[in-house]
Write a protein that binds this ligand. Structure first.
Ligand SMILES: [Cu+2]
Length: 174
C-alpha cells in the first residue's frame, strides 16, 4: 500500500509524479513571492476613505490650490496628488531623502495606478477612494511617477517627476 495521498485521485504513478512536481513548484513560487514581499516591506495599503470624484476640485483637500507637498508638525510630509487622464498633478514633486512621506491620491476620472520604479511606492487609484501610501525614499535622485493601470489612449505618456533631494533642501512641488 502506498502512502501517496494522490493515490485516491490518480492511478498512474507517472501522472502522480507530475502532479507532485507542479504542486512543489507552486509552493516554491508562492514562498519566494511571500519572502520577497516581506523582506522588501511590500504590503497592501490599508487605508479606506471615500470621496466624490465629480466634486474633487471643490473639495477642501484636493482643490487645485491645496495640492502638493506639505510638511507636518512631526517633520513628516504629506503629498496630495490628483491623478487624471493623462497626468499626475502637480507634475513635479520634490521630497527630502530619508523622510516619511504620505501620499494621498485621488482620481478625477477613471482607474489609475501609480508606481515609482526602484522604490516600494506603488498603489492603485480607484475613482471614489483616496489612496494613501506612506514610504521613505532612501536614495536621492530623479524618479518617474508612472501610471501602471491602462486608462486610455494617452496612458503611455501619463507620468510625472519625483525628485528626492538631500535632507536640508526641504520639499516642494511645481
Ligand atoms: Cu494610465
Amino acid at each position: 500500500m502506498s502512502l501517496d495521498p494522490l493515490r485516491t485521485i490518480c492511478e498512474d504513478p507517472l501522472e502522480r509524479k507530475w502532479v507532485w512536481l507542479s504542486l512543489i513548484m507552486a509552493f516554491v513560487m508562492g514562498g519566494l513571492l511571500g519572502f520577497y514581499a516581506l523582506s522588501s516591506n511590500i504590503h497592501p495599503p490599508s487605508n479606506v476613505e471615500t470621496i466624490d470624484s465629480s466634486r474633487l476640485h471643490l473639495s477642501e483637500e484636493f482643490a487645485e490650490d491645496n495640492l502638493g507637498v506639505k510638511r507636518n508638525d512631526d517633520g513628516s510630509l504629506t503629498v496630495t496628488l490628483v491623478a487624471a487622464r493623462y497626468g499626475f498633478y502637480p507634475p513635479r514633486i520634490e521630497v527630502p531623502v530619508d523622510t516619511p512621506v504620505t501620499f494621498r491620491i485621488a482620481s478625477a476620472d477613471v482607474l489609475h495606478g501609480v508606481h515609482v520604479p526602484f522604490t516600494n511606492m506603488a498603489t492603485m487609484i480607484v475613482p471614489g477612494y483616496i489612496s494613501e501610501v506612506t514610504t521613505t525614499f532612501p536614495r536621492t535622485g530623479e524618479f518617474s511617477l508612472l501610471c501602471n493601470e491602462y486608462c486610455g489612449l494617452g496612458h503611455d505618456s501619463m507620468w510625472s517627476r519625483l525628485v528626492v533631494v538631500p535632507e536640508s533642501a526641504g520639499g516642494e512641488s511645481s
